[in-house]
Structures are given as structure tokens and as C-alpha cells.
Write a protein that binds this ligand. Sequence first.
Ligand code: M6R
Length: 615
Amino acid sequence: MCGIVGYLGQQPAQDILLEGLRRLEYRGYDSAGLATLTRDNAQHTTTITRAPGKLNQLQEALKSKPCPGSTGIGHTRWATHGKPNEQNAHPHHTDGITVVHNGIIENHQELKTVLQKIGRTFSSETDTEVFAHLIAEAKKNEPDLLLAVKAALEKVDGAYALVVLDESDPERLICAKNASPLVIGLGDGENFIASDIPAVLKYTRDFHFLEDGDLASLTADKVTIWDTKTHTEQQRPVKTVEWSPVMAEKDGHEHFMHKEIFEQPRAITDTLRGRIDFDVGEPVLEQVHLDKLQNIDRILLLGCGTSYHSGMVAKYLFEQLARVHVEVDLASEFRYRNPVVDEKTLIIAISQSGETADTLAALKEAAQHGSPCLAICNVMDSAIARFCDARAGVLYTRAGPEIGVASTKAFVTQLVCLHMLALVLANQRGQISAENLKAEMVDLARIPREMEEILKSENAVQEIAERYQHMDHMLYLGRGPFFPIALEGALKLKEISYVHAEGYAAGEMKHGPIALIDENMPVVVMATQGPGYDKVMSNLEEVKARGGKIISVGLEDDERLANVSTDMMTLPQAPFWILPILSVLPLQMLAYHIAKLRGTDIDQPRNLAKSVTVE
Ligand code: M6R
């Protein structure tokens, strides 16, 4: 959940590391630090500057204590062990060895006790510092840094992405990965290490994606990778990412979240590119192994947070279009049950980052039961994508880097991917005519234009936000596929504005939440025409009768809805199954503007991290 960046080459490392960390700040942001090496006569010394709080505080600290040199490592932290203060901020250093680490060392307490018994003194409360001491100890017997790191890793249980800097071996960096993401960016006379691609996208688009168990040595000109399990050197392919550096910039927007909301039409165009081919007659899903979908009798969708909500929408869609039994589960719940899945259950793991620990663990659990596993992921070669690639395949959402902690464009691109998958399954199972399939594909292709229309209503949404900015609670309601959209709208509001919000199935209102309704509990309701519309209208009358304020999301010419609503956010006419995708846009804008008016930190809300790589 933290961010790592490493550099060695000819340029001043501090600037590159700091900029990399700025691009990674969304991964974790309670403290940060840099370490660089400089030559002092024949010796090298390490300069470390760390600061609690956000990156600006590190930047300030660097003014009085800069990190010179052209080799260095940096880290932005999301605390798991020890308070977010300077002492616990990474990098951690002992005896010329400096480390940054993401993940959790599960046996750190035992290791620390052993190390303390042999006289080692710890200066932080972190699990990470154990690494520095273990490597320093290993170097007493094994002077080669790479082998010393390997020896230290053998003692450690848990997840890590680790980068090591050594004063006595100044021309290289050593890094290792196990269950936490780490990539090596390849430059010309310089090389980079990062926990996430955007950190170094400005310098390179060519990457080695490390695999679990990899240990790598980098000089400015050479990268060598070993598999620690087989003790062999590995030839990992160089992969070029499609993301461009501007995609990771704010591009004139005040916040990444705002940019990402407004990027959604472009993101959907990219999601659909090359996949909607009317000559083929069904969506072309290049990395999905269609043969693995043929014998299934059940689908289980797994995800967390927003990705779980897209799975919930897909349940309605798969059942309706492909007539297949579907369940949706929170990955964190599934993995601790004794789940009943088998080789006929298709598991679809949904994850923007592809690194969410619970989703990955749930997948692995399902795979043990022989279930084919398919991923819907945004980040290329992420752990979940890789795990599924060798099984039922991967469907990349192609949303581009999503930097705002609140997921927006990833969600809608997931929905479009799931819709295409539902069509392929419906076709495979003989549940859809060629004519209807074509019509559905046309509907998908129209989404970007419809989204553009909705985004034009930002000013109107902003005015609504002004009227409700001081509310302490909001209730979100929806029926059918709009129920998960209500959940998603409520999640957006609570995570970025800290307003308490709850999503409910509209039909459940009478079974409890109606007791909450009064003038201080506005109700945001999805009320598009189609199945369930009349029932939702009845719910709204019940809210109105109790003095509740109604903010509706509905079709632009719906006068009946307009009459019952206190405020309305409108959608253009669109087919029923496209409307859930469209109706989340006003909810994202509403949450964004309420948060902005309340002055919260929209891109990096308190306590959250973009990828939840710990359990
Ligand atoms: O990367 P993933 O899609 O697996 O992440 C899942 C959740 O952590 C994520 O959707 C989270 O709920 C977002 N902050 C929601 O905006």
C-alpha cells in the first residue's frame, strides 16, 4: 500500500525520486523519505531525509537536508506497524545498508527478538527495519550484497517489495519481490525501480514485471534477475506499456478524481477499441480463453469496494443475458469461508489495481478447487492479471492509470468489460439472437457520447452539491442493477467527503431505513424508467410524505420524477442496461463537489490507500 521508487544513472536522484513519489503518493501518504549515496574520497556515504505527513513536508525537509548523488531510493508510507512519524518513515538504515519495503513481514517480532539478543539496536517500530539488520548480519558471512539479501529473504515470512542500497556496493541496487508489486523501468544508461508504473512513466515505457520470488540486481546499464526458488537466472521479457506520461498528469484539472471523471468517455472508447467488430458478430476479447467458459454452470464474481459493486451490477446482466446462475462475493469474505466452487464455476476476479490482497487470495482459494479463473483488471501484468492469464484469461479495462483514490473510470470500464463478457457468454449459450447481439454492441458503442452529454451537466450538479454540502448523512436507493449503483454512489461520498452515506435496495426501505427519513436525511435515488420504475416512484412518495428531500437521477424528460424530486440529475435516453453505467457519473460529480465544498483531500482521503495490498 506504500510506494517505492529507486534510481541509478547519471542524473540527480533526488528530483527523480521525489517526482516518482509524488506520482505514487496515492498508494499511501502518512510519511515519506529518500536515501541517496554520495562519494566522499574513496568511501560512499548515505544521506537520508525523512518526514512525517505528506510529500510536501519531505520536500521542505530536503531544503535543509538535501539528498545529493545519482543513486537512491524513496518511499511513501501507509502505516501498518508503528505510528506515522519520522522515526518509522522509510528508508531504514544500519551499517551502511539502507532499505525501503512494501508489505508485511509476518515473523518480524521473532526475528527482531533474535537480532536484539545478538546486540542489534532498533531505531523504529517497523517490521521493515528487520530487513536492514538481517542483511547487515548476513554480510558478515557473505560479503556479496546480492547473496546477503538472498540469505536475509530466506529468514522472512510475508509479503515484500524490497529495495536495498549499500554503501560498500555503490554501483548497484538490489530488489526483491514477493506478493507486493515491483517493476523495473529500463532507461538508456539509467534504470529505475517502482512499485507502480506511473512513478517512472516520464522516463520509460519499457519494463520488466518482476514475479514472486524474483531477486534482481541493477546497475545503470544492466539488469539481472534471479528466481530465488530455482536459483536460476531468468530472462524476463521487456514489456512496453501503452500508458503515456500525460495520462498520469492532472492535465489542468484541480484533482485527479475530476480528471478521471471527465476522462470516462475516452476510457470507454479505449475499452471498446478493437473489441466491437460487427463482422465478427460478437465482442472480440483477445486474452480471454473462451474454451474455458464453455462447460461452466455457474459464475462467481469476486472483488472489493468499487470492484465488488461492478460485480454486483454484472450479476443482473449475466443472469438476464446469458441465463447463467451468478453469485457475487466480497473477496475478503469468500476466502475465509469453506466455499462450494468447482471446475464448473467460473471465477471472475475484478480489480483495478490487480494487486488487492484479499481478491488475489480468494482467487487462489478458488483455483485450488479447480475453478477456471478470469480477471478483469486495469493494471497490466499485475498479480491478479498474471494469475488468471495462465487460466481462463484476462480482460484489461484499459482505463489508463487511475490515480485518485476514489475509483471512477475503472468502475465504468469494468462494467463495459463485464457487459461484453456477458454478450459472449450469451452467444456461447445460445441465449441471444445475432440481431440482438448486434443491437447490444451498438448500445455499447454509444456510451462515450452519452457520457459526454451527462458531463455537460456538471454546473447543475455543483449547485445541488452546494445545497446539500452541510448534511451529515445521505441515503442512496436503487432497484435491480441500480442498487449496486446506489452502493457505489454512497461509497464515493463517504470516502472523499467523510459524510456518512448508506446505499440500500429501494425495496428494503420499508424494512428499516425509512425510520431515518426526515428533512436532514436527503435521499439520492436512481429512478430511470424500465422494470421497477413504478415501485421506485412509490418509494419516493413515501420519502416525500415524511419530509425527506429527494435528489433523483432519472431521464431528462421524466416530468413525473421531476415533480416528486427536490432536485434532479438527468441522464439522456439510453437502453436499460446502459443506464446503470451512465447513472454513476452524476453520483461521482455530486460526491466530488460536496467533498470540494467541505474542503477535504479529494485525491488522498484520510486513512485510505489506492491499492490494499495487505489483508
Ligand atoms: O484495485 P481494486 O479494484 O482491487 O481495489 C478495490 C477497492 O480497494 C477499491 O475499489 C476501493 O474501494 C476504492 N477506493 C473505491 O473508490
